[in-house]
Design a binder for this molecule. Structure first.
Ligand SMILES: NC(=O)c1ccc[n+]([C@@H]2O[C@H](COP(=O)([O-])OP(=O)(O)OC[C@H]3O[C@@H](n4cnc5c(N)ncnc54)[C@H](O)[C@@H]3O)[C@@H](O)[C@H]2O)c1
Length: 264
């Protein structure tokens, strides 16, 4: 069940910004463990190579390339190179994304635009590159990493992040409907409050650097009393990528330990 043997997967943001596990690294490892050949893209090649080494140590296959997903020409060149090298493309995971604080009063128009470039336009551009090959094959699973912030106010002033993650979901749904008859599935995974490599950076932005206080606060927001891990996100992605999820299309899997159920 849920095997991905021989399938080719592209994962954006396959590295990690810190020592702990990022969603992108866990997703890359999980897909490789299920047998997929992973093509990992990251603007930080060194970090991508660490993910590659972890996968190879476990006997999996991973190739990495530098790619800044806010640069359209780079996306075109790197994605086409991966597809040509692999000869096919079965799975695309758009994992790159980041939250910056602010509301319409405090946030500059430039920051608003940067958030949309990073969180939505990047996925639009990689999907543009992936679709012709997937349509030719008659199959393909695209998984976009959104966030519960795209469906709820989750206690942090992050208007551009919330709006761009909501836009990512709607772009995914409409693309799924348009291409469903060609064998393409497009879904989102919505992580809740996860304890990933991002935590220190988030604490700097939203809790004046009080990382432990920020961790405690986030744990307390979850019904289980504990944030999730990158593996929780990765396993949902691996399921959506598998043939067993063939009837799941144009929707979301919320991975949040019941967090959003507390505010219906
Ligand atoms: N961590 C959480 O609590 C949480 C919650 C909800 C949603 N998410 C979402 O999960 C996704 C991944 O989060 P993460 O914790 O793995 O992030 P992360 O910050 O650890 O990033 C993973 C990788 O993305 C790379 N990256 C950043 N900008 C890039 C760019 N422009 N081009 C190419 N690579 C780039 C980084 O170098 C890093 O190696 C994001 O979309 C985020 O919004 C995270």
């Amino acid at each position: 069940m849920f095997r991905l043997d021989g399938k080719v997967a592209i994962v954006t943001g396959c590295g990690s910004i810190g020592d702990s596990l990022s969603n992108g690294r866990a997703i890359s490892l999980a897909l490789a463990r299920q047998g997929a050949i992973v093509y990992g893209l990251d603007r930080n090649l060194e970090s991508a190579q660490e993910t590659q080494a972890m996968i190879e140590k476990e006997g999996g296959t991973c190739h990495v390339q530098t790619c800044d997903v806010t640069r359209p020409e780079e996306i075109h060149t790197v994605m086409q190179d991966c597809i040509t090298q692999a000869g096919r493309l079965d799975i695309l995971v758009n994992n790159v994304g980041e939250s910056l604080p602010g509301d319409p009063l405090s946030m500059s128009a430039d920051t608003w635009q940067q958030q949309f470039d990073l969180n939505v336009t990047s996925a639009f551009l990689t999907i543009k590159e992936a679709l012709p090959t997937m349509i030719e094959q008659g199959r393909g699973s695209i998984i976009n990493i959104s966030s519960v912030a795209g469906i709820r106010y989750i206690g942090k002033p992050q208007v551009a992040y919330s709006a761009s993650k909501a836009a990512l979901m709607q772009m995914s749904k409409t693309t799924a409907v348009i291409h469903a008859r060609k064998g393409i599935r497009v879904n989102c995974v919505l992580p809740g409050l996860m304890h990933t490599a991002l935590i220190d950076r988030l604490a700097d932005k939203y809790a004046q650097g009080d990382t432990q206080g920020f961790i405690d606060h986030r744990n307390n927001q979850i019904p289980t009393g504990k944030m999730g891990s990158a593996w929780d996100v990765a396993h949902a992605v691996a399921f959506l990528a598998s043939d067993e999820a063939h009837y799941i299309n144009g929707t979301e899997i919320v991975v949040d330990g019941g967090f959003t159920a507390t505010t219906p």
